[in-house]
Design a protein. Sequence first.
Length: 220
Amino acid sequence: MSRTIQTYLRKYPLLARYARNGLVNLNALARLIREISKQTTDSASVAALGMNLRRYIAKTPKVSVMPFDFSKYSLQLITRTNIHEIILNKNLANRNRCLEIISEISQTKYFVSIVEGEKEIVIMTDQPLKELLKTKGLKKIVNHETGNLGFISVNFPIELRDVPGIYGLITSSLAEAEISIHSFHTIGGEILILVKNEDLVHTQEVLQSLLVSTHRLEQV
């Protein structure tokens, strides 16, 4: 099988998944790969690439795909800049400190959110970092902190959680746009995506383009 085909489909796993379910025009995809792939030589014909595509797809298991349509939802994107993300080990003492900090910041103009995992606690806030780290000796117990972040908040319908690959579509779209995701959180019917401040506008543009149209792939 052509290494070009394998490399391209591994880079776009959702595209390969749709192809397995007959939702991709393989001849059109072969033409696209021939045009944009630097590894393809001039002698590689569309017919040869198309044959390799069919062989590759035939060897992969077929997975059911649920169609989804963002355009029927009124999805809003809200941005916030100058976010700091602070990570601590999860234990009772740190948890109590975090809850005290959350309570204090909640009474100010600043944004604050806390996310607990099995081993770590994460605080997100736009309160000035130096001021925050001085609070109750927090600097001594912080594992990692990242500043100069912003987030996009998406009021994501909870029913879309049942759609396989729905979050993968969002993350792969940002990856294709060369945008690094520093954090990704789902909170009820909301998604928070943290990126670098300099990527915030581009992130909003990519997500806006993604969410305003129908995304059932029928041809390339």
